[in-house]
Design a protein around this ligand. Structure first.
Ligand code: XMP
Length: 519
């Protein structure tokens, strides 16, 4: 059986839409998010097995509220409307939705009634049971459409859960996808496996097999592919997948820009050229990058120079490889959703981070084998493909590398100083068992000299700022209260072992207002 029984999630703009997708995939069912205004024809072409209508910030009666055609409900597909999704379903099918007297945000309890206890959606719940749920709506269902029955209620929203068992149309006012609805997973699972009769076949082993077949059909019998390996999770997993699919027809290019951390290049070489026997081209471009960065202190300038230089180096190397038609990239699903979202590509601060972006002038066809996956799925796939844990759980490292952690001018000497300090931080954070629970931990070399004393000698050297943050996606972050003892060890070791640094300070700024990187 193919692992691709698609559940289609129509996005009405809820902040939780991605979470719905993740929950469904955790249940090993493949699903995709599409904007609510995708055509019926496109939906039919995808041949989905079920629909989920997400929540959204609008009111169905508002001018410009996102609407769908009533015919959506005539496709014969089992459908689950969540929050705005159920209001829309009710409105289109002849029910009535009104602004609630009291808006319902946050925790609530939905009482399951007799019909609910019999409904496959609430399988495992009994009549009279109170379900802790997370609500977030201003409107409420006043009258359900013909054919629907009530299966659960709260004091504020008498029609909190409704069902038309015959047409397999379900609606819930609350959010089953969030952690605050503890039994939400069971409800989603009931919808998939009891209502829609799907099977949990979406596994990373299946994905890998299908992706390899797909890659082979996309690049053909002879096609050659290049891929920019950064040492990070995404490009490493993409590379291994391609390697399994087309072997030596893949060439990996690793640009050593001189701004890498200690051991990074050696790690990539030993894994890809060594263990995996990949065709790996390592470009030694340290001098070139440092020459371009000489005398530059402005952060934006540094980023631009590094971005441009990376493209130039990559392009030159690619031209040395005969017959390349394809460029592989580790694009992930959140990037794909962001660019097709009905809200339009969101203008986030991430835009300047695409240092790895390659020029369209290269005229290469894109191979993006991870574009359907979330980050945690990429890690799972990587484990399936035999990539070592330190690669899969590596903390994010910015494309411009140490250059944005060396304030002021970037020189070889200062790179070496920071590299050494960074290696100590890395070692101690790992030894404390904290590496994987921290989003990023690193040092920033400051252009600030201060006086110190070592033995009988006076020193006058640079200061290093230690930074460690917790974050879920890099968009916001909190500084980590590292244990004092660990701070002490890191500081002592850096000042003792790294010539050029005589003072360590700890950065206790969250994001916002600070950024994670200092530049
Ligand atoms: P900031 O410093 O903006 O960083 O709070 C947010 C997250 O993005 C990473 N970052 C980058 N990643 N290329 C990347 O691939 C870049 O140019 C870049 N700049 C910042 C940063 O490390 C953090 O995780």
């Amino acid at each position: 059986m193919s692992s691709r029984s698609v559940v289609l999630i129509l996005d009405f703009g809820s902040q939780y839409t991605q979470l719905i997708a993740r929950r469904i995939r955790e249940l090993k069912v493949y699903c995709e998010i599409h904007p609510y205004n995708i055509s019926l024809e496109q939906i039919r072409l995808m041949n989905p097995r079920a629909l989920v209508l997400s929540g959204g910030p609008s009111s169905v009666y508002e001018a410009g509220a996102p609407l769908v055609s009533k015919e959506l409900f005539e496709l014969g597909l089992p459908t689950l409307g969540i929050c705005y999704g159920v209001q829309l379903m009710a409105k289109l099918l002849g029910g009535s939705v009104q602004p609630a007297d009291k808006r319902e945000y946050g925790r609530a309890h939905v009482k399951v009634n007799d019909a609910g206890a019999r409904s496959p959606l609430f399988h495992g719940l009994h009549a009279g049971e109170e379900l802790a749920v997370w609500m977030s709506h201003g409107d409420r269902l006043e009258a359900v459409p013909a054919g629907f029955t009530l299966i659960g209620e709260t004091p504020n929203a008498p029609h909190s859960a409704v069902a038309d068992e015959k047409r397999r149309l379900y609606g819930i006012q609350f959010h089953p996808e969030v952690a605050h609805t503890p039994r939400g997973g069971e409800i989603l699972s009931n919808f998939l496996f009891r209502v829609c009769d799907l099977a949990p076949t979406w596994t990373m082993a299946n994905f890998a097999e299908e992706a390899e077949v797909h890659i082979r059909s996309q690049v053909g019998e002879k096609g050659r592919v290049i891929l920019g390996l950064s040492g990070g999770v995404d490009s490493s997993v993409a590379a291994k997948l391609l390697l399994n699919a087309i072997g030596e027809r893949l060439t990996c290019i690793f640009v050593d820009n001189g701004l890498l951390r200690q051991g990074e290049r050696a790690g990539v070489e030993s894994l890809f050229a060594g263990a995996f026997k990949a065709d790996l081209h390592v470009v030694d471009a340290e001098e070139r990058f440092l020459a371009k960065l000489a005398g530059v202190t402005d952060p934006e300038q540094k980023r631009k120079i590094i971005g441009r230089e990376f493209i130039a180096v990559f392009d030159e190397e690619a031209k040395r490889i005969d017959g390349v038609e394809f460029l592989a990239q580790g694009t992930l699903y959140p990037d794909v959703i962001e660019s097709v979202s009905h809200k339009g590509p969101s203008a986030t601060i991430k835009s300047h981070h695409n240092v790895g972006g390659l020029p369209e002038t290269m005229k290469l066809k894109l191979v993006e084998p991870l574009r359907e996956l979330f980050k945690d799925e990429v890690r799972e796939l990587g484990a399936e493909l035999g990539l070592p844990r330190p690669v899969l759980w590596r903390q994010p490292f910015p494309g411009p590398g140490l250059a944005v952690r060396i304030l002021g001018e970037v020189t070889k000497e200062r790179c070496d100083i920071l590299r050494l300090a960074d290696a100590i931080i890395d070692e101690e954070i790992r030894a404390a068992g904290l590496y994987e629970s921290i989003w990023q931990s690193f040092g920033v070399l400051l252009p600030v000299k201060s006086v110190g004393v070592m033995g009988d000698l006076r020193t006058y050297a640079d200061a290093l700022a230690l930074r460690a943050v917790h974050s879920k996606d890099g968009m916001t972050a909190d500084w980590v209260p590292l244990p004092y003892e660990l701070l002490g060890t890191i500081s002592r070791r850096i000042v003792n072992e790294v010539r050029g640094i005589n003072r360590v300070v700890y950065d206790i700024t969250s994001k916002p207002p600070g950024t994670i990187e200092w530049e």
